[in-house]
Design a protein around this ligand. Structure first.
Ligand code: MN3
Length: 225
């Protein structure tokens, strides 16, 4: 690592850069409020990234970020927590999209077919995601994931764990942050109401891309871009 030329090291810095929020802090209102987005992006997300970058330096970790997740148990738990925080939120920002007309964003294409095939209706799928969020005691994430055989399931993970990690060994199609910092200012302790409402602003175009990639069984693509 220390022998690599400066331009390669710069490339590493870029690799662990934050993704730019693809919309304004207030763009997801009234479902997610501006102040929550501001704090969530700047304090929590950039905080995870800063700590993760420091750890990558401290432990001289050279792998790609998804490779780190897939082999997470060889690192100290702080890499899991902060690297997971970086990866999960980088996915999460892109999985949301403003809904200015107030009409719920809905799945289509490969994604919708998969939902109907495996869960019956979109409404039922949504209910199962809400139920999963109730069952996650404490901080964590709710995911819709694709398994290596192409089937999907709904998964709740603790803390900043994510589906890439070997315990889950799957590919994230959709992820919802259910840490209190994601909803407390607006929803108080009502996680269920928050999860129901976030369905108004899901970016199904992004989820569709991931359904298509997952269908080709590409599990090792670098998702953070
Ligand atoms: Mn969060």
């Amino acid at each position: 690592m220390r022998n690599t030329p400066p331009d390669i090291e710069n490339a590493d810095v870029i690799r662990f850069s934050p993704i730019k929020l693809p919309y304004r802090y207030n763009a997801l209102e009234p479902y997610i409020d501006e102040e929550t987005m501001l704090i969530h992006y700047n304090k929590h997300y950039l905080g995870y990234l800063k700590k993760f970058s420091d750890l990558v330096d401290r432990y001289d970790i050279n792998d790609q970020v998804i490779d780190i997740m897939q082999d997470i148990n060889k690192y100290p738990v702080e890499v899991r927590d902060n690297g997971g925080g970086y990866v999960n939120h980088s996915l999460f920002w892109k999985m949301l999209k403003p809904n200015p007309k107030g009409k719920m964003n809905r799945p289509k294409g490969v994604c919708l077919n998969k939902i109907i095939e495996e869960y019956g209706t979109f409404g039922e799928f949504k209910n199962l995601m809400v139920e999963a969020s109730k069952q996650r005691f404490g901080s964590g994430w709710i995911w819709w994931v694709m398994n290596k055989d192409g089937s999907t399931n709904i998964l709740a993970t603790p803390y900043q764990d994510n589906p890439y990690m070997p315990e889950y060994n799957s590919y994230p199609l959709l992820g919802i942050d259910v840490w209190e910092h994601a909803y407390y200012l607006k929803y108080d302790a009502d996680r269920t109401d928050y999860v129901k409402n976030i369905f108004n602003v899901i970016n199904w175009d992004e989820v569709e891309n991931r359904c298509v990639v997952g269908n080709r069984s590409i599990f090792d693509v670098n998702i953070i871009n």
